[in-house]
Design a binder for this molecule. Sequence first.
Ligand SMILES: [Zn+2]
Length: 567
Amino acid sequence: MNDKLLNTIAARDVKVGGLIGRRIELTWQNNLLAINWERDFLAPFLAKNSDAGAYIGLGKSLDGLVRLAAHTGDGRLLARRQQVLDTLLPAQEADGYLGIYRPADRAIPTWDAHEQAYVLMALVVDWQLFRQERSLASAQRLGRWLVSRIPSTALHLVGKRTWQGQVSFLSRQLVLTGLDRALLALYRATGEPSLLDYCVETLRVAEWDQPIVEGRFGPIEGHVYCFLSHCLAQLDLFEITGDRRLLAQTRRALEYLRDGRALVISGTNGITECWHSDQTGTGDIGETCSVAYLIRLLSHQLQIEGDGWYGDWMERSIYNALFAAQSPDGRRLSYYVPLEGERHYWDRDTYCCPGNFRRIIGELPEMIAYRQADGVMVNLYTESDITTALANGTPLVLRQHTDYPHSGQVRLDVEPARPARFAVRLRRPAWCTEFVVAVNGETVSPIGGPHFLAISSEWRPGDRVTLAMPMPWRLVRGFRKQVGKVAAMRGPQLFCRATPSDSATEFRADDIAANLSLMEFPDPGGRATYFACADSPLMTDDELFPQGIGLSQGLRRSDSEGEDHRH
Ligand SMILES: [Zn+2]
């Protein structure tokens, strides 16, 4: 196995408060405990009579349930996890099938492999977190079914019965999204070589080198979520083989978003689920699945490369695009969140986006801080309490006291069980022009790169680090379709207005706090992110983008429009 520079700290050992903690709590209290698992999720797995084309997304939601049960230790969540498994596992057929389709429709058409791949992944996660052998045994039987029933790569397109009753086609990459990662996770849990062989030789995980394709047409090749998921499968394989060529597709996607300036200001991408780079802000922008996968990919990339710049991007996407997908009470979730125009919540608890939202929320506790060979790295600033150990085994508690992102004042208590020499690395956010660090009240000059500062010291129980990161308003210049307008940001957060931008008059920047009636972007009342503004010293370019770089190479553009497949 190939070690990463940064390693995760189990969510069970992390307590999260602040805005991130609140979003996590809303997700499990008002969503995971409120949804009807029996009727909406489990019944189709018991009946097994769904038509080709049906999709539930049980595995994604179960993954979130299992993770949050382990993270919180809450009795109701633990009981719900147990109930779901007690119903689901007996529904597995003798040959290992654990899906919703009638026999004639299995394996090839549409979402059968996708649905079951995520069930498999959730069962492996359950085994990792709770060590219940029945989950792993069920995952192994399901893995054998998938490996024996998914046809070889010769089949490029698979049929789909659309909602209108017509048959169209979807790319194989799209309908098999998640299968590679699930089988690699099962391989890592069991060491069963045939699983790795299948991923390498049949799914050809290492050889996948699809270009970025913009627009939605035909079998949907430029699907953001699908693309990022296959990137993650390559990073999973990289952890097994150490072959750095497996990092190339991830670099291609992130360069397209950054150097190609395709990322939209809320930290997402995609229109009707497919890549776009013209900065369109209306309509079906930023599928929640793709936001979840982008955050996950950035976290993996941060762990592999150790560059805090990925953390800057993570907080942009988490505080804005991801949190905007959740209603203020946590009950409803969005499929898309446009920058301009009316916001809508998804009318169901099932399907891809709600499930992928629940999953990534279950992973957020592991993105606050990471372990390193020589210490720890703090990535996300939020009220939190983390229990871990140094490489030499010395127990360490890291406690953040802060109201971030409302202010940039953070107190970090560093509590090794006994005095120990190690490094505490702190992400310096790209939006932050002044970063003042003190240890036990004395200002220090940490060393490090532009995105990271490290304090190497002998740390003792009771040591306190304080950070001051002033958060002035900034007016971020739009470009392409948003040229001539600005968006208001403060720290990692994007703000917006309740009135459409076409009714906007020009604003003086010094009026910003008093007169703009700004709300946080995740507020469902938001209708306008970009607005016209008189020239102002607060105007700046988006700090996430390097200057003066045009569209990335290798971009293929589609001029034909496709059908309306969601997924
Ligand atoms: Zn989705």
